[in-house]
Design a protein around this ligand. Structure first.
Ligand SMILES: Nc1nc2c(ncn2[C@@H]2O[C@H](COP(=O)(O)OP(=O)(O)OP(=O)(O)O)[C@@H](O)[C@H]2O)c(=O)[nH]1
Ligand SMILES: [Mg+2]
Length: 297
């Protein structure tokens, strides 16, 4: 399974990716390099069975994590604002900034809504363009696929109502829609990237709270050797890092015990808010470059 990290610029995607991959951040934090890593999904059942039967080889399920480089956007085409790799993944992990670090006061609820709008807008344009092409083909006397047309029309109604497509399995699985790479039809895990001293999940206006990580701490931990890491964690009062639960960006290190299973379980695959939102009413682009600063050492 391929999962792509996504979200507004500066949300901490690359920092979280480095923590998940258990490796140092390449270059300066905030660099635009893309990354891919394949990680096993921790599964105690597999471990128990393996210990019981002692097979020659034990293979855990694997997840490929992608941290795509920011897209080279053409201002006139909103569909170029998101990295194209998002369309090739089976699921999305949206990272929402909930720290300041010189980037400005966090607005996790607003950022989550803005990114949701961006996904919706992309799908809306994709479906509209396909319907336009089909209308053109019909005009030229060519036959069009009735089922595909009907699916596109149904999708258009939902998207025009500012609702994502992931509520309906038809749009998630249908082979005739596979090639479209519809983004709101992908399962979505929402991860709040919290400030170092804040373990509480922010209110995103969604029915369920997001998974919380503190990516900066996790990335720092990933850079340490075992002994130093244990010391650093003890200093911070942490019992577990993302590296130990990296089948997914699991729970917030040091946070109260989780109220739900880790992200590798479907229980944390949330639906984006289905509350109507308007793409048109947004006044400032969330894609404007943000001021970056390195965290103080
Ligand atoms: N304090 C704090 N700073 C963070 C955290 N996560 C990321 N940062 C900082 O925020 C800045 C942006 O982080 P990145 O990981 O590069 O963000 P990104 O989402 O990959 O950014 P783009 O790829 O440009 O969209 C960097 O200066 C990071 O050091 C965090 O959890 N806490
Ligand atoms: Mg990045």
């Amino acid at each position: 399974m391929r999962l792509a990290l996504c979200g507004l610029p500066g949300a901490g995607k690359s920092t979280l990716f480095a923590a998940l991959a258990g490796r140092k951040l390449t270059g300066d934090k905030g660099s635009d390099q893309a990354g891919t890593d394949i990680l096993p999904v921790p599964d105690q059942r597999v471990d128990k069975l393996s210990a019981l039967f002692n097979p020659k080889k034990t293979t855990h399920a694997q997840i490929t994590y992608l941290d795509p480089a920011p897209a080279l956007a053409k201002p006139e085409d909103p569909t170029t604002r998101l990295p194209p790799e998002l369309r090739q993944c089976e699921g999305l992990i949206e990272v929402v900034r909930n720290f300041d670090a010189g980037l400005g006061a966090p607005n996790p609820k607003g950022d989550h809504a803005a990114f949701g709008d961006e996904l919706l807008l992309n799908d809306l344009i994709t479906v509209e363009r396909r319907l336009e092409r089909m209308a053109g083909e019909r005009q030229r006397g060519r036959k069009v696929d009735q089922e595909e047309q009907s699916l596109c029309e149904q999708a258009l109604v939902i998207l025009e109502d500012n609702r994502p497509l992931r509520g309906d399995r038809v749009f998630m699985d249908h082979p005739k829609l596979k090639g479209f790479g519809l983004l709101t039809a992908r399962p979505l895990i929402v991860v709040a990237n919290n400030a170092e001293d804040d373990p509480a999940p922010p209110d995103l206006g969604t029915p369920e709270p997001p998974v919380v990580v503190r990516a900066a701490i996790e990335a720092d931990l990933a850079e340490l050797g075992d002994e130093e890491r244990a010391e650093f964690m003890a200093d911070l009062g942490l019992t577990e890092s993302a590296l130990e639960t990296r089948g997914g960006p699991g729970r917030c290190a040091g946070a109260p015990p989780p109220t739900r299973p880790p992200a590798s379980s479907t229980a944390t695959c949330k639906r984006a808010s289905s509350a109507p939102r308007s793409c048109a009413t947004r006044t400032s682009s969330p894609w404007a470059p943000r001021r970056r600063s390195r965290r103080p050492a």
